[in-house]
Ligand binder design. Structure first.
Ligand code: NAD
Ligand code: TYD
Length: 340
């Protein structure tokens, strides 16, 4: 199978490429990535060295560039697209929504349109539980839960999901949508909760917890998510939506306390700061359908996964340094400067 993976230099995309190339001899991957602040070719340096030019090809470019996308699909005889490319950080979408629409909505539409034009056999679009909005204290999201996004990020992802649906219904494009809960694991950019808190705690800096810290997220290890996307790619039915989760709801404050305990750091580092506007209170993912239809079962416990993630960041300080560009520091200073 010849695959185009978009956004493969980001957190989940790079884990997905590494996983697929390690477990399937029959897969050849072209990785199309724009290398935004969140995209890092270092994430796949070992793959480039081992398999570059044979089973792996990196192309720097934008999913919204239809000529480039069409030439890749045709020249590389691509069988399937897996679309991870996106602007992904909720806080950045609050500060400046425009790039979220350009990439997540318009970029996805370009991919769908070119896929339609060339008669692509399969298209997996990677989405998020955030499109469903927020839950009260009870219940879980299922695939039929109405979409009710609350942030510019989730609104842009919901729009892309709707375009996928429209391309399936209108043109019969064989597109599947996957929706996953919050991921953690190696190579996650240190603006998201878990790597940010690990990084700050390791250098004895204050840990900024939004509001009361009682917001709930449903954490899944990135490798379990990658296995889910692989199942959808290989076995899923076009037109369907598959939720992936790990039955692992935690309040943010509990996650932060657990990280401090693993790192042997004091809870006095915790600072409650001004809450994120429109902050979703609780996410919880129901994934019975993916379990039944695809045989999806998450395998990594939060305790094991979190300990391994902390160890990975400890062992990869050079990576952590390398991703903190001037632009990254400027955003962090401005965002957290306003929340003291
Ligand atoms: P990330 O921010 O780490 O990586 C995104 C990647 O996309 C980067 O490599 C970036 O350079 C690339 N990119 C951005 N705009 C591009 C464009 N216009 N053209 C080509 N490449 C572009 O994101 P992630 O956490 O790995 O998320 C990947 C996907 O999974 C996203 O679609 C996201 O919505 C979805 N998702 C993420 C989570 C999570 O917890 N991180 C959960 C569910 C779903
Ligand atoms: P995040 O990793 O940004 O993912 P998402 O917003 O997509 O769920 O945040 C996870 C949770 O952690 C969310 O409830 C917001 C909270 N949070 C903080 O309390 N402090 C922070 O500095 C960050 C980045 C997040």
């Amino acid at each position: 199978m010849r695959l185009l993976v978009t956004g493969g230099c980001g957190f989940i995309g790079s884990n997905f490429i590494r996983h697929l190339l390690a477990t399937r001899d029959d897969v050849i991957i072209v990785n199309l990535d724009k290398l935004t602040y969140a995209g890092n070719p270092l994430n796949l340096r070992d793959i480039e060295e081992k398999l570059g030019g044979s089973r792996y090809l990196f192309v720097r470019g934008d999913i919204a560039d239809s000529c480039l996308v069409e030439s890749i699909l045709r020249d590389q005889a691509i069988d399937a697209v897996v679309n991870f490319a996106a602007e992904t950080h909720v806080d950045r979408s609050i500060a400046d929504p425009a790039p979220f629409l350009t990439t997540n909505v318009m970029g996805t539409q370009v991919l769908l349109e070119v896929a339609r034009r060339v008669g692509l056999a399969r298209f997996v679009h990677v989405s998020t539980d955030e499109v469903y909005g927020a839950l009260g204290p009870e219940g879980k999201f299922v695939e039929t839960t109405p979409l009710a996004p609350n942030s510019p990020y989730s609104a842009s992802k919901a729009s892309a999901d709707m375009l996928c649906r429209a391309y399936f219904k209108t043109y019969g494009l064989p597109v599947l949508v996957t929706r996953c809960s919050n991921n953690y694991g190696p190579y996650q950019f240190p603006e998201k909760l878990i790597p940010l808190m690990i990084m700050k705690a390791r250098s004895d800096e204050a840990l900024p917890v939004y509001g009361d810290g009682m917001q709930v997220r449903d954490w899944i290890h990135v490798l379990d998510h990658c296995r889910g996307v692989e199942l959808a790619l290989m076995k899923g039915t076009p037109g369907e939506v598959y939720n992936f989760g790990s039955d692992n709801e935690k309040a943010n404050i509990e996650v932060v306390r657990t990280l401090l305990a693993i790192l042997g750091k004091p809870e006095s580092l915790i600072r409650h700061v001004t809450d994120r506007p429109g902050h979703d209170r609780r996410y919880a993912m129901g994934f019975e359908y993916a379990r039944k239809a695809l045989g999806f079962t998450p395998e990594i416990s939060f305790a094991d996964g979190l300990a391994a993630t902390v160890a990975w960041y400890r062992d990869n300080e050079a990576w952590l340094e390398s991703v903190q560009s001037g632009a990254y520091r400027d955003f962090m200073d401005a965002w957290y400067g306003d929340r003291r």
